[in-house]
Design a protein around this ligand. Structure first.
Ligand code: WTA
Length: 655
């Protein structure tokens, strides 16, 4: 059991003194789905007293081919939701609206980094997903087969995802910023038979050569038979005959009609890899029915969606936020979802505000790390644009410091827009904690209250209750519809990782405290997962990449607080004899990690050392390294340290 090492998150200490409360703006509350605290409390109470009745009612708002016979079958930790029910998530995102009066409404509003704008109506999206579903079927892809998707933020990425869902193929989206090796691990783990990619994507004015990276990866992926390449540009790419085909050619030849397959509620929808406490990312498996219902309902209530909204979540579809809140939850509600291809500061730091102004974005959902960057870039950029269309703001991915929250509220929301700080995880599939904006007062730095049907608790290392106001481990007591069902190919790891630490509960890996009002304050991870600019990384992943370098003997990686990124990556490295520490070697190692995993994993600090602090049983004492990386000194208990001189030497080498 990891101990809640909350001191490591000292950049959040300001939340301990935070006591501002912002009631929902009256004008907002008057029109909201849920209008006051009493209504929230009553519905929350009902949802936990009769969760099956509550979730069945929510599920009834979607289209089912066959109704379920039982809402929940719970045999801890194995959950089945909406047992026996048949539905199709693509149908609920697309057909239901295309055929239900929204044929000409914009479903996807896309802006490329160079500036092109495309609008796909629900009717057009309907046509595209049917054709692409036929393309997949034509390649021999069937229900249950795994398809990797490695693309930039283009409408075709959403089409590919939805087409997989339409035929029951299991998509595994791999973030376009990952390097070839990361693709290899993910594609091989899931034994994908096809990869959907594109020639290039644009970021900060440059080309991201996605197809070339796929080519490099596929030298080591024996299961992949087909590659479909969407042509985004005129960039030349190599096409391997017999394996690679162009998206547009296949689409032109494909039939226009492909009915949505009635899938079982528990048929897998997707696999999404995320970092854990080992060197190997784990493939969380999400299934169809429960995930559909909870992403639908959380979108509706937390973003308080209205038919005329233009909703923009800035997350990449390569992360869970993009799955649940760029595509599935939003389109199920029949809302226009905006996708932007590129960087927030291209061609200048006003790009996001320009997009909001031009497309009249009404709901905006982004990460605290982005907000901190906007603050740094200066208020003149948002000030130069009309942001009056905004009515609700959201954050996700990491704890937000109260200063950034206040800036977001005042400078972007002009004090008018409620802010929803949403806490959740790849594993939870959907938002678990967030203020319902018309009902629950917001507090800067707190994700406030549980969503309906969710039962969180703060416990100590032994699973016992922790009084209000004190830090502990965040667990979830009851199953919820969108929970991941397992880790692909490793059910034991799923049980061990999430359901063994605190018996009878789902273990989140996050530290948190609850205040007297029942609001939750997240305090960061208590395990070896770090959160760098809202991107989740395992310290062991970075370590394995480092030790794969021929000059590295041993490496230990920890997170340290960083004012911009939330956490920065600090690496302690011992080098093989015959090599000397140098600035060049540091640069070489940084570049190496970026090439092995992706630029997001590039270490911020590298310190060379001739040994690492270990316990007598040989375990690296990361706590000491975290302290050293954070404060430059060690105050904590060192009694289990095997060789005390290591600490002295580490300090000496700390230039
Ligand atoms: C962190 C992203 C504080 C947390 C949806 C969690 C947050 C991890 C918040 C999951 C928030 C996410 N406040 N911390 N509002 N949202 N986190 O799987 O540590 O990429 O465990 O899912 O991000 O990251 P993941």
């Amino acid at each position: 059991m990891p101990s809640p090492d909350l001191a490591a998150n000292s950049n959040l200490s300001s939340t301990l003194r935070e006591n501002r409360v912002f009631a929902p703006p009256e004008e907002f509350a008057a029109k909201a789905h849920i209008r006051d605290l009493a209504e929230y409390d009553a519905l929350y109470q009902r949802s936990i007293e009769d969760p099956e009745g509550f979730w069945a009612e929510a599920a009834g708002e979607l289209d089912w081919f066959t109704p379920w016979t039982k809402v929940l079958d719970w045999n801890e930790p194995w959950a089945k939701w909406f047992v026996g029910g048949r539905l199709n998530l693509c149908y609920n995102c697309v057909d239901r609206h295309a055929l239900g009066g929204k044929k000409d409404k914009t479903a996807i509003l896309w802006e490329g980094e160079p500036g092109e704008v495309r609008r796909l109506t629900f009717g057009e999206l309907h046509e595209q997903v049917q054709r692409f579903a036929n393309v997949l079927l034509g390649l021999g892809i069937r229900k249950g087969d795994r398809v990797a998707i490695y693309m930039g933020m283009t409408p075709e990425l959403a089409v590919a995802v939805l087409a997989c869902a339409r035929i029951g193929a299991v998509h595994s989206v791999i973030f376009g910023g990952f390097a070839a090796n990361a693709i290899v691990d993910r594609v091989n783990d899931a034994e994908c038979i096809a990869v959907i990619t594109q020639d290039v994507s644009y970021r900060r004015g440059g080309e991201v050569r996605l197809k070339a990276t796929v080519d490099e990866a596929l030298k080591h992926c024996p299961t992949v038979k087909h590659v479909v390449v969407y042509k985004r540009s005129d960039a030349a790419v190599e096409m391997k005959s017999g394996r690679d085909q162009w998206w547009h050619e296949l689409m032109a030849a494909a039939g226009a009609e492909c009915p949505a397959e009635p899938l079982d509620s528990e048929d897998p929808l997707y696999i999404l890899y995320t970092s854990g406490t080992t060197g190997k990312p784990k493939g969380l498996v999400h299934t169809t029915g429960g995930y559909a219902v909870q992403t639908y309902l959380t979108s509706k209530y937390i973003f308080d969606l209205r038919d005329q909204d233009v909703y923009w979540c800035t997350a990449d579809i390569g992360w869970v936020t993009g799955h649940s809140y760029v595509i599935y939850g939003i389109l199920q509600n029949g809302i226009t979802t905006l996708m932007y291809e590129g960087a927030p500061n291209y061609p200048d730091p006003g790009r996001f505000w320009k997009i909001i102004e031009e497309h009249k974005v009404s709901v905006f959902y982004t990460a605290p790390t982005a907000i901190r960057a906007f603050i740094k870039w200066g208020d003149e950029y948002p000030a130069a644009h009309n942001l009056d269309s905004l009515r609700l703001l959201g954050t996700v991915g990491e704890p937000i410091n109260p200063e950034a929250w206040m800036w977001y509220r005042e400078v972007i929301g002009k004090g008018r827009c409620p802010i929803v700080d949403t806490w959740w995880q790849t594993e939870t599939g959907a938002i678990m904690l967030a203020p319902i904006p018309g009902a629950v007062a917001a507090k800067p730095g707190s994700a406030t209250k549980p969503f309906f049907g969710i039962v969180p608790e703060i416990v100590n290392k032994d699973g016992g209750p922790v009084p209000a106001g004190q830090g502990g481990l965040l667990v979830i007591r009851k199953p919820w519809p969108s929970m991941a069902r397992t880790i692909y190919g490793d059910a034991d790891r799923y049980v061990k990782q999430y359901w063994t630490e605190v018996p009878g509960s789902y273990f989140t890996g996050d530290g948190a405290r609850m205040d007297e009002d029942g609001c939750y304050w997240l305090m960061g991870r208590v395990d070896d997962v770090i959160n760098v600019s809202g991107h989740r990384l395992g310290t062991m992943e970075v370590e394995s990449a480092l030790v794969a370098h021929p000059k590295v003997a041993e490496a230990a990686v920890v997170g340290r607080p960083d004012a911009m990124k939330g956490q920065a990556i600090a690496a302690f490295v011992t080098i093989e004899s015959g090599h000397e520490p140098s600035k060049d070697l540091k640069d070489e190692l940084r570049a190496w990690v970026a090439k092995e995993i992706g630029a997001l994993a590039r270490p911020d600090d590298i310190r060379f050392t001739d040994s690492l602090p270990k316990t007598r049983s040989g375990k690296i004492m990361r706590r000491l390294l975290r302290e050293l990386a954070t404060h430059g000194e060690i105050k904590g208990d060192t009694t289990t340290l095997e060789d005390f001189s290591v600490i002295a030497r580490l300090r000496e080498q700390d230039e």
